[in-house]
Ligand binder design. Structure first.
Ligand code: ADP
Length: 159
């Protein structure tokens, strides 16, 4: 078995992300959920808030770790001796971006494989961006994010 990284913004983590991790964590010795901290992106939640929410939502999965990283995923993979990157695809719209990123990462680190996992049908419409929009307008978040994330969104957005 190998070590994998699941990189993303997780701004915030949703039931879609949780579903992917729950499904794949038995396949690996260890998975590091890598919370991106890119200076070119603006996030609703700070890196520490996103990391804490991921931790709370995945508590109990003993082989899953959480880290914040500001650099290239391939550099983290080298340093952590990980062999696999996990990414998710919800619909055709995700495909081109994920393919370009997988090819770029392969170019930068030829021994690293990207494993694409399809979203479960019940979550293939769930994205962090849409969840934030729903939260902003006071919509029902129950089926979209775990309770800790729902509370964090309501606190952050003053509802
Ligand atoms: P990024 O900004 O790197 O795309 P995200 O947190 O939005 O970060 O997503 C991280 C990964 O999780 C991406 O591969 C994305 O396609 C996948 N993902 C996001 N939402 C879902 C979902 N509902 N089901 C499955 N995969 C998802």
């Amino acid at each position: 078995m190998a070590k994998a990284i699941y990189p993303g913004s997780f701004d915030p983590i949703t039931f879609g992300h949780v579903d992917i991790i729950r499904r794949i964590h038995p396949l690996f010795d260890e998975i590091v959920v890598l919370v991106a901290n890119s200076e070119h992106k603006s996030y609703l939640f700070s890196p520490e808030e996103r990391e804490n929410l991921v931790r709370q939502c995945l508590a109990g999965l003993n082989n899953v770790k959480v880290e914040v990283y500001a650099g290239l995923t391939v550099n983290f993979a080298r340093q952590a001796k990980a062999e696999v990157i996990i990414r998710g695809i919800r619909a055709v719209a995700d495909f081109e971006y994920e393919m370009a990123m997988a090819n770029m990462n392969k170019k930068l680190h030829s021994e690293l494989e990207t494993l694409i996992v399809f979203a479960s049908p019940e979550y293939n419409y769930v994205s962090s961006r849409m969840v934030k929009e729903v939260a902003q307008h006071g919509g029902d978040l129950d089926n979209l994010v775990p309770p800790a994330v729902r509370k964090a969104l309501q606190d952050k957005l003053g509802r």
